[in-house]
Ligand binder design. Structure first.
Ligand SMILES: [Zn+2]
Length: 276
């Protein structure tokens, strides 16, 4: 393992730029588990579980129920996982790994942890939204608004799983309720500006040594993993490193330039950061 880690770090040091792709596996290593009916979920959302049968965080995000309750749920969740987030060892290791190298991050994680850890917002594309922003629930215009202060206010005002109707933020253009900027909402507005910045980054480093670091993405993922593997194939000087637990998948056409690290996300990131 250490020999491979050292080899990977040499590739990283030689690289012109780093492209990070991240999904659920990274969130889970940080204690944010969208799909688990675990103790943390039952403790924080036992009331919603009893009332609506939610089995995990995602159920409560997807479900359609009265907006005074939905906003109470979202505020409680976002306050805990985003507003009050403390940067974890996994994220600190990633910060150290990237150092001062040019980078871009593409992620389906919406909890805003990259920015909280100090990565620049302009170098992040959150393809499924960011819970610290909100949008018009009718998508009458595409502007995204900061949600941090609204979350603080609603989380503090919540009572019995509800917030007062007059506290629900309203769209400044059409007056409809706002909703959290998340792909679970039917009216979700994709962040086209961030996508353009990603495309510009890829163009800038075409033909150069691009180091692709994929963190916790399921093997069949088509949104991030498949495009990253295609990029690794297309780019002659690319290195592709995939980190996941029990789910390493590398297509044959890129295996010469690829490394799969199977195991605990935090431990692997710490090993990589130690070697850098
Ligand atoms: Zn509107």
């Amino acid at each position: 393992m250490q020999k491979r880690i050292n080899e990977i770090i040499q590739k990283l040091k030689d690289a012109d730029a780093i492209l990070v792709g991240a999904s659920n596996g990274l969130s889970i290593s940080e204690g944010y588990h969208l799909f688990a009916n675990n103790e943390a979920f039952q403790k924080m959302f036992g009331d919603f579980q009893r009332k609506y049968g939610f089995r995990n965080l995602l159920d409560g995000m997807y479900a359609r129920y009265p907006e005074e309750e939905k906003w109470a749920y979202m505020a409680r969740m976002i306050k805990h996982y985003t507003n009050d987030y403390q940067v974890t060892p996994a994220m600190q290791a990633l910060v150290k790994l990237i150092g001062t190298r040019p980078y871009f991050i593409v992620t389906s994680n919406g909890e805003g942890h990259f920015e909280a850890a100090g990565f620049a917002a302009e170098n992040i594309y959150e393809i499924e939204g960011n819970m610290l922003t909100m949008q018009c629930s009718k998508a009458c215009h595409t502007k995204l608004y900061p949600a941090h202060d609204v979350i603080e206010k609603l989380a503090a005002a919540e009572e019995d799983g509800k917030v007062a109707k007059n506290l629900i933020p309203k769209c400044p253009v059409c007056g409809a309720s706002m909703c959290i900027h998340s792909a679970v909402e039917p009216c979700f507005i994709p962040d086209d500006d961030a996508n353009e910045r990603l495309q510009a980054f890829l163009k800038e480093y075409t033909g150069k040594k691009i180091f692709i670091l994929e963190l916790g993405i399921g093997m069949r993922n088509q949104m991030i993993k498949a495009p990253l593997m295609k990029l690794a194939d297309r780019e002659e000087n690319a290195t592709y490193v995939t980190v996941n637990k029990g789910e390493i998948y590398i297509t044959d056409n890129i295996k010469e330039k690829s490394y799969g690290l199977d195991g605990d996300m935090t431990e692997i990131l710490l090993s990589l950061a130690d070697a850098v």
